[in-house]
Each structure stands twice: as C-alpha cells, then as structure tokens.
Design a protein around this ligand. Structure first.
Ligand code: SF4
Length: 175
C-alpha cells in the first residue's frame, strides 16, 4: 500500500517536472564556428515579429541554468573544447539543437583544415534544423518539435525535422 502511494507520488512529480520543462525551457546559444548568418536568425526569433518567448523559451547566458543548447556553425578545432565544456556544465536532462547546414554536417566549411564537422561529431544532437541559414519559423518549429517529443515521452531519440535532411546522431557523451 505504502509502495503504491510512493509510486503514485513519483508519477505525479514526474508529470509536474515534465510540464514545467515543456512550458518554460531555458536555452543557451553557442556559435562554434558559424558565419553569423544562423546567429542572426536566432536573434530574429526573439523579436516581436516571431516572438519565440510565447512558447516559454527563454534565451539566457549561463549553461548552468539551461535545458537546451542551441548550436550554430560547424565544430572548429578551436571551439571544440568550449562546446563540450558548456554541454557538461548544463544540468540533466539536457537537449541539443543543431541549427543550420554547418551545424548539421559542416556545411560550407566541410573539409576545412580547422573544421571537425557537424555538432553531432562531439555532442548527442536531439533535433536538427536544416537551412543556410534556416528561417526563424524553421528554428521555432525545431524547438517546438523538441518540446513535443519531450512532452509525449519520445526523447531522447534524435528527431528528424525534414525526412532525408537530418544527419543520424552519434549516441553517448562526448569523448
Ligand atoms: S548554415 Fe549558412 S548561414 Fe548558417 S553558419 Fe553555415 S554558412 Fe552561415
């Protein structure tokens, strides 16, 4: 009897935590080598025209307070360790969204001597937003799909925003 009450209480707490997480996710943005095109589009999502905050998404500065890491650009050799450190400083559970072709695969910078590739070369990516750069609507759509996946319990499987475009994620934590 006591065990059943314990399980019930745990279920209620899990539902409350998921509800809170889905309705007020805090995000941090990191540019690991982008041309700034994708970064400008992310800023546009915060303007009154697109108003990403209406979904409860708040962009803020500390990885220690963030649920979602929004990444732009390819992973350069210079930024690699910083990207991993930011990810490691985020509390669990945490999610990664790769924004733009460069974040997906290296894009325009693929093959450069200082580029390691897309974000999923070093971090487990949960959502991919293709485009060069993706429009603000696409970025918001990616975040909303991530939140929906979180809400209906299909995480942590990587989600594909457009069939045939997304790159398979590498599982596990960075080496
Ligand atoms: S996807 Fe396009 S806009 Fe975004 S960082 Fe790469 S080159 Fe720049």
């Amino acid at each position: 009897m006591q065990n059943n009450q314990g399980n019930l209480w745990q279920n209620v707490m899990d539902q409350v935590k998921t509800w809170a997480r889905v309705n007020s996710p805090w995000a941090i943005h990191f540019n690991s080598g982008s041309c700034n095109g994708c970064d400008i589009e992310i800023l546009a999502t915060l303007t009154p025209r697109y108003d990403m905050e209406r979904f409860g998404v708040k962009l803020q500065g500390s990885p220690r307070h963030a649920d979602i890491l929004i990444c732009t650009g390819p992973v350069t050799r210079q930024a690699r360790e910083r990207l991993i450190r930011i990810y490691e400083q985020m509390p669990e559970p945490k999610f990664v969204v790769a924004v733009g072709s460069c974040a997906l695969s290296g894009g325009a910078f693929q093959g450069c001597y200082n580029v390691e590739g897309g974000i999923d070369q070093v971090l487990p990516v949960n959502a991919y937003v293709p485009g060069c750069p993706p429009r603000p609507e696409a970025i918001i759509d990616g975040l909303v799909k991530l939140l929906q996946a979180l809400d209906n319990g299909t995480m942590p499987e990587p989600i594909t925003l457009k069939p045939g475009v997304a790159v398979p994620s590498k599982s596990g934590n960075p080496a």
